[in-house]
Design a protein around this ligand. Structure first.
Ligand SMILES: NC(=O)c1ccc[n+]([C@@H]2O[C@H](COP(=O)([O-])OP(=O)(O)OC[C@H]3O[C@@H](n4cnc5c(N)ncnc54)[C@H](OP(=O)(O)O)[C@@H]3O)[C@@H](O)[C@H]2O)c1
Length: 228
């Protein structure tokens, strides 16, 4: 499968590495190829500049968002939550048509510092906004409730944990489940919450996620739903 990843931060890089290791063709989409490759300072996590990361990996291509959408069959949104709608708007809609978008982004607003607030919540979600704005896409929200490393290395924590899925298209959710399974997620750990409006619930887990992170000083934790 040719997988296109929008977003060049820690989530985009982590997912790109994993899907490349699994043997998929991978393209990373950025808003500005030249500016991205010209970066020479470590990112906010202290990771090397993007070009250095890229040079250490063979086979991962970098392109514009539009080129990435045009040439890939499965798309993944790992962009800044509040920049997502505008960035996706730069893509020719015909390049999105009928494609699955696994949306990992969260609508976090850090403009007032920590803790961030949710810029979209209660009666709406970023997942729904993407689906409404780009009806040609089949949006599946998932993986947004854990850190980037756990998304692709779920066995880094002992025992079962939970990954949620939200989306209107059942077949698209099955495709995403297969991808998650290849990352190491077990079928019993996946909870399909229903249509894309259920993304409100998982995006609204972020306020508690950031407080656990700050309070415990680690991002190596996850939610586990226990049924009686
Ligand atoms: N970090 C985590 O562990 C984690 C966990 C769960 C969910 N998430 C969610 O996953 C997404 C990616 O997180 P991240 O930490 O990898 O990176 P991020 O800092 O949120 O940004 C990722 C990329 O988004 C692109 N982008 C598009 N529009 C933007 C805008 N208006 N402002 C800034 N950047 C914009 C940039 O790539 P270009 O400049 O190359 O276009 C940037 O490198 C976020 O929505 C985040 O909430 C993150």
């Amino acid at each position: 499968m040719k997988i296109g990843i929008f977003g060049t931060g820690i989530v985009g890089q982590t997912i790109a590495e994993k899907v490349a290791d699994l043997g998929h063709e991978v393209m990373i989409g950025t808003r500005n190829v030249e500016a991205l490759l010209a970066k020479s300072n470590p990112d906010s996590y202290g990771r090397p500049p993007f070009k250095e990361w890229l040079n250490a990996r063979s086979g991962i291509q970098v392109a514009t968002l539009d080129e990435t959408a045009a040439s890939c069959t499965l798309l993944i949104n790992a962009m800044h939550g509040m920049g997502t709608i505008q960035a996706l708007g730069s893509i020719d809609p015909s390049h999105l048509s009928g494609k699955i978008l696994l949306d990992i982004a969260n609508p976090l607003d850090f403009s007032q510092g920590f803790p961030p607030t949710l810029a979209i919540c209660n009666t709406d979600s970023l997942g729904e906004q993407i689906q409404r704005t780009f009806p040609e896409l089949k949006v599946v929200k998932s993986l947004n409730t854990m850190n980037a490393n756990l998304m692709v290395h779920p066995r880094a924590i002992d025992g079962d944990q939970t990954v949620f899925l939200s989306g209107n298209d059942s077949a698209a959710k099955e495709t995403v489940k297969s991808l998650l399974n290849s990352f190491g997620w077990k079928e019993r750990e996946m909870i399909d919450l229903g249509d894309i409006s259920t993304a409100r619930g998982t995006e609204q887990l972020l306020p508690i996620w950031v407080r656990i992170y700050a309070g415990k000083g680690t991002s190596l934790f996850n939610f586990r739903i226990v049924f009686g």
